[in-house]
Design a protein around this ligand. Structure first.
Ligand code: SF4
Length: 266
């Protein structure tokens, strides 16, 4: 996909102006995008297939420009508030972009603090999704500490279901998935088709390494969860997250000792 092609597409959808950006020599961001027409699943799948091919080697900002320009307000970023890298990248090309956060009720206080800081200082709209039941209501129905006895059910109730419902008004969502995080993420496409939800799934930093992330955070002063400086390399719910040991992969501290490696969102 050429820069000219991208620029025309973005201009058509009202996401960016056609004036070159001084810093990057590419389109500069406009402050708001109009709502986009809802597309059919077939059309979305075709878009995902084409963009997946054409943007596989594109820089993260170009991928996000495409997503913002193609989907406008029907595009959002999801964030676990481990860090705000993808939210920061997206806000550079789409100021006011929706950043969806799942508040499971089991987060570390540091994670909630990161969410609040992102909302306060970044040009994004943070949207907090909550499960249908509070932790107390879930305990009353399923018994306490469901996460110890049936973590898949707990994740389904507190993560998967709220995200399904929260993503209904979007056609495309961005994640911070990276191929180097774990073997299960090694084939993450930059742009792919989320068959389960019938949405375009964008992972603009899929090809980044941890060093790329660290450099971006340092260069741009991006907000990070304080737990990343306290032995955690991946931050999830408090009952299911521990610090990692030397030599372990970044997600080894999640559901440690269990067969489970993903929460079911991806
Ligand atoms: S990560 Fe643990 S506490 Fe959080 S939703 Fe999943 S099982 Fe429940």
């Amino acid at each position: 996909m050429t820069t000219d092609h991208l620029r025309k597409q973005l201009s058509r959808n009202g996401v960016v102006s056609t004036a070159p950006d001084k810093e990057h020599g590419s389109p500069s961001a406009a402050s708001a995008a109009p709502p986009q027409e809802q597309r059919s699943p077939d059309e979305l799948a075709r878009l995902a297939e084409t963009a997946g091919r054409e943007l596989e080697d594109a820089p993260a900002l170009e991928v996000l420009r495409w997503a913002a320009g193609t989907f406008g307000r029907r595009f959002c970023v999801t964030s676990s508030m481990e860090d705000a890298v993808v939210a920061h990248l997206a806000s550079r090309v789409f100021p006011g972009v929706s950043v969806v956060f799942l508040d499971t009720g089991y987060h570390f206080p540091e994670t909630i603090g990161t969410r609040d800081a992102v909302e306060a200082v970044m040009d994004v709209e943070v949207i907090t999704l909550t499960p249908r039941q509070t932790v107390a209501q879930q305990d009353a129905e399923y018994g306490p500490r469901l996460h110890d006895r049936d973590p898949n059910l707990c994740c389904a109730l507190r993560k998967v279901q709220p995200l399904e419902e929260g993503l209904r008004t979007y056609d495309a969502w961005a994640t911070g998935l990276r191929r180097d995080e774990s073997p299960t993420r090694a084939r993450t496409p930059v742009v792919g088709w989320d068959e389960r939800r019938k949405k375009v799934k964008v992972s603009p930093i899929a090809r980044w390494t941890q060093q790329d992330v660290d450099s971006y955070i340092a260069e741009h002063g991006v907000l990070t969860n304080p737990l990343l400086s306290d032995g955690y390399t991946s931050v999830g719910c408090a009952p299911c997250t521990r610090r990692v040991l030397a030599g372990e992969d970044a997600r080894a501290g999640r559901w440690a000792g269990l067969d489970k490696t993903e929460c079911g969102l991806h």
